[in-house]
Design a protein around this ligand. Structure first.
Ligand code: HEM
Length: 296
């Protein structure tokens, strides 16, 4: 048992939610054959247009929410899940005629996720995708989900590496490096990734001033714990109440094993966040993903 979170999410709750383990289900799988054939329900593009249609872009959000609302959703989604598309088994979305953006007859291309070969053979083990990153809300998009990634992003003195201008470090191929490979997906997301690297380094400086005897490892882990707590706090006290409504999440009263099976409690939280990210906040690409992932 270590005092700080492991890099790969192991040892938090057995090896549940660790890097490279199956995506967790909070309920039973719903496949046509009970194994892996997707059920077709409402067209995802219709859902997308109904829930996140652009409307009038000149009308401000009634709650004063900015585009950072969706950026935060994407940011924490990249803390929680990353699956690989198989590139072969198409589940393209047929865009209904009369779409406000796409011409009639359009499709949104999409393929299914890579399935864990140990699943998908029978109804006792329905198909499950493998999560390439930790399934915990643990700031892995900042720090990485493997030891190699984590090591490559940090300096011996406890700071995270940065490039000129205090920005994300740049890899040999010129791409920006962060704990999650999608950090440069769009500028809002990159801004958040950069903000929390800077926040880590700020916390290291504060801690070093307070504790001159701490070594780089101690400073790094303590700053990482603070950053992880900040992200969890923003998510649960600011983001989710705005997304779901104030009364949706009950107050946290500490972990209670008598009310939680080893799997159900964290799984439910994560499924909630991920499903909501996919359905409510994001644009068409993400809704395309919803259909892919909910089917996998
Ligand atoms: C400019 C904005 C965005 C772009 C360009 C984008 C792009 C993408 C792409 C290309 C994928 C992979 C789709 C596939 O499986 O083929 C994806 C996956 C995903 N996106 Fe986004 N996205 C954006 C915003 C968002 C937002 C705002 C959220 C949540 C609030 C989000 C949540 C997700 C999730 C949950 C997945 C599945 C991740 C996985 O487990 O692999 N995305 N996105």
């Amino acid at each position: 048992m270590t005092y700080y979170r492991t890099v790969d999410g192991t040892n938090n709750n057995q090896n549940f939610n660790a890097t490279g383990t199956d995506m967790t289900r909070v309920g039973d799988a719903h496949f046509v054959d009970g194994i892996s054939i997707p059920i077709e329900t409402v067209n995802p593009r219709t859902v997308s247009n109904n829930v996140v249609g652009e409307g009038d872009a000149n009308v401000p959000n009634a709650d004063g929410l900015s585009a950072f609302m969706y950026s935060w959703g994407q940011f924490i989604d990249h803390d929680l899940d990353l699956v690989t598309s198989d590139g072969v088994n198409h589940i393209d979305i047929t865009v209904p005629n009369g779409d406000p953006i796409f011409p009639d007859g359009s499709t949104i291309p999409l393929t299914r996720n890579v399935i864990d070969p140990a699943t998908g053979a029978g109804t006792d083990k329905p198909a499950a995708a493998i999560n390439q990153i930790t399934g915990w809300l643990d700031a892995s998009m900042v720090y990485g989900s493997t030891q190699a990634a984590s090591d490559s992003l940090r300096l011996p003195d406890g700071h995270m590496k940065v490039s000129d201008g205090n920005n994300l470090p740049i890899g040999p191929d010129g791409s920006m490096l962060a704990g999650d490979v999608r950090a440069a997906e769009n500028p809002g997301l990159t801004a958040l990734q950069t903000l929390f690297v800077r926040e880590h380094n700020y916390q290291v400086d504060q801690l070093a001033a307070l504790h001159p005897d701490w070594d780089g490892e101690h400073l790094y882990q303590e700053a990482r714990a603070i950053v992880g707590a900040e992200i969890a706090n923003i998510t649960y006290t600011e983001f989710l109440p705005k997304l779901l409504g104030d009364g949706f999440l009950s107050a946290y009263h500490g972990f209670d094993w008598t009310r939680a099976s080893p799997k159900s409690l964290p799984g439910r939280r994560i499924a909630l966040v991920t499903a909501l990210c996919r359905t409510i906040l994001s644009g068409w690409i993400t809704l395309a993903t919803l259909s892919a992932n909910s089917w996998n």
